[in-house]
Design a protein around this ligand. Sequence first.
Ligand SMILES: NC(=O)c1ccc[n+]([C@@H]2O[C@H](COP(=O)([O-])OP(=O)(O)OC[C@H]3O[C@@H](n4cnc5c(N)ncnc54)[C@H](OP(=O)(O)O)[C@@H]3O)[C@@H](O)[C@H]2O)c1
Length: 281
Amino acid sequence: MTATIGFIGTGNMGGALARAVCRSGSGEEILLANRTPAKAQALAEELGCAVGANTRVARECSLIFLGVKPHMMAELLAELAPIFKERTDPFILVTMAAGLTCRHIQSLAGGDYPVIRIMPNTPVAIGQGVVQVCALDVEQGELESFMDLMAPAGLVDQVPESLMDAASALSGCGPAFAYLFVEALADGAVACGLPRDKAMSYAAQMLAGAAGMVLDSGKHPGALKDAVCSPGGTTIQGVRALEQGGLRAAAMNAVIAAYEKTLEPMKRHWISRRSKIPYFS
Ligand SMILES: NC(=O)c1ccc[n+]([C@@H]2O[C@H](COP(=O)([O-])OP(=O)(O)OC[C@H]3O[C@@H](n4cnc5c(N)ncnc54)[C@H](OP(=O)(O)O)[C@@H]3O)[C@@H](O)[C@H]2O)c1
């Protein structure tokens, strides 16, 4: 049987998405390829998928997830471009690379192939992720089918491509910021005498619950915060300490720093085009 969904690069993000797609129960055959084949093999055994070479995914799959780092994309697509050119059947490229536009993926792939650009985050592996989606030269029906396929990953939202980099800095990078906060809160509780395992699970569940309250109630987080802070109580003293430590400014700066870094590949691309130096080659 011909595989219809393929993943090239089954690292942190490609692997998490493969898990989400398998959970969708679409019934499509899934083919995994990775530079270090043992990684794809281990994931294939876990998910009940097949393993193949990059070239096989490029030749046989109708939906091809490109899961390599942005700076590796040019080399990968240079290898695959001749195969894409030979194909007469339709296929869609799915890029998750931070900072690379759909148009840029088309130019690296050597043709105006339909491209779906997504910005996922690692919690898609447990169905609690966020995936922003935009597309170029993809029919509406195909895009809707793709959104359905992604639904088990978590919140799947279509946005204009101009918002992808800001979304990437928030929800793509955000899990790392959240893990720092979980760890730091747990450290504080350990300092107060709580065993490490309890401190970790209480901190993580507390954050999941607080986030759930924001999503379910639709209330402003400031109002929810006020409801926890009794006048003259303990919580407001903790809030004071966080404000003294610059928590809000640090969180805003984290997102802005990630956003600025995300813009670098395309900036370098335009500079290299202007100076005729092929940066990505
Ligand atoms: N991590 C995140 O939270 C996150 C969030 C949003 C978007 N992304 C995007 O997801 C993409 C992957 O990031 P990642 O964090 O998953 O990186 P990663 O863990 O390093 O995974 C990249 C994978 O690509 C494989 N690879 C490299 N070159 C290859 C080639 N020529 N052919 C086949 N496989 C190849 C690597 O194989 P080896 O096993 O040999 O190293 C590795 O397994 C990036 O474009 C990134 O911008 C990541």
